[in-house]
Design a protein around this ligand. Structure first.
Ligand code: AMP
Length: 286
């Protein structure tokens, strides 16, 4: 596995691969790999001949009061994980090489990014869409894999790619969970041991919603009310949002249908957790 640090070298490598008839599968990440990231890499390897994984903690997607400086980092650990997954290139650009000057061009997907995580993290999705576009232009993949855990990011990127005629297939990978159901996240390292039970409230809410739908509940307001009570019964939790939306356009729904997606962000202690669940699907994943 090659570790490439400069965007120019990365582009050069990609140009060579494309010229020799290879196609590239791409997994953009912020590092500190867990099984979720590794599953995305395995999926990319099934979809393309070469796999590029990037690690870049993108400052323009963090708010000033967010966890940019404490975000977990461990390149040695990440490289050995990626190497085990037969990744061809680990692209780890330095901050200066991605933003030699303060950026003046931003990609903004309106509407879809306004509510939910977009409301509590102003500018976050502009930062994500901008860096993903930069990475796409550098790496030139034919396919890119994103986790459906970040449902709003996935929706924004799908829309951006469609709106801007970006010729890259966007593939969603289901949420990978710990044995107890907690969605894996690099930020789970922030969870204190005593917060762990409360962190499970999101998964418990997923299951409870699924049971309610199976039992015939169809009004989303009634379901949300019950889930609110359930989540709030745990210690040190604060619901940021809890909604049932259409999984494609993220519009709130009054009644359950085949596209109903339960979405939530909950603060547990100082850790912000997100999760989502497709209520009619077999697996719960978009
Ligand atoms: P991050 O490093 O957190 O920016 O995530 C990089 C990619 O991994 C994104 O496409 C995420 O949606 C995806 N991802 C993060 N956590 C999980 C998970 N538990 N299961 C599947 N994909 C995930």
């Amino acid at each position: 596995m090659r570790i490439i640090k400069s965007p120019e070298e990365m582009s050069h490598w990609s140009r060579e691969q494309l010229a020799s008839g290879m196609d590239i599968g791409f997994v953009p990440t912020m590092g500190f790999f867990h099984e979720g990231h590794l599953s995305l890499m395995r999926m990319a390897a099934k979809l393309a001949e070469k796999v590029v994984v990037s690690i870049f903690i993108n400052p323009i997607q963090f708010g000033t009061d967010e966890d940019l400086s404490e975000y977990p980092r461990d390149l040695n650990r990440d490289s050995s994980f990626a190497e085990n997954e037969n990744v061809d290139v680990l692209f780890v650009p330095e901050l200066k090489s991605m933003y030699p000057e303060p950026i003046k061009t931003k990609i903004s997907v309106s509407g879809l990014t306004k509510e939910f995580c977009g409301a509590s993290r102003p500018g976050h999705f502009d930062g994500v869409c901008t860096v993903v576009t930069k990475l796409f232009n550098i790496v030139r993949p034919s396919v890119a894999v994103f986790g459906s855990k970040d449902f709003q990011q996935l929706a924004a990127i799908r829309r951006m790619v469609a709106d801007l005629n970006i010729d890259i297939e966007i593939v969603a990978h289901p949420t990978v969970r710990e044995n107890d159901g907690l969605a894996m996240s690099s930020r789970n390292t922030y969870l204190a041991e005593e917060d762990r039970q409360s962190a499970l409230s999101l998964y418990k809410a997923n299951n409870s919603a699924k049971d309610m739908v199976s039992a015939g509940y169809s009004e989303t307001a009634a379901i949300i009310d019950k889930l609110e009570v359930l989540i709030n019964s745990y210690d040190k939790v604060e619901i940021e949002y809890l909604a049932i939306v259409n999984c494609f356009d993220l519009q709130r729904q009054k009644n359950i249908d085949d596209n109903s997606l339960l979405i939530m962000a909950v603060k547990v202690g100082r850790t912000r957790l997100i999760d989502n669940f497709l209520l009619h699907g077999k697996t719960g994943d978009i």
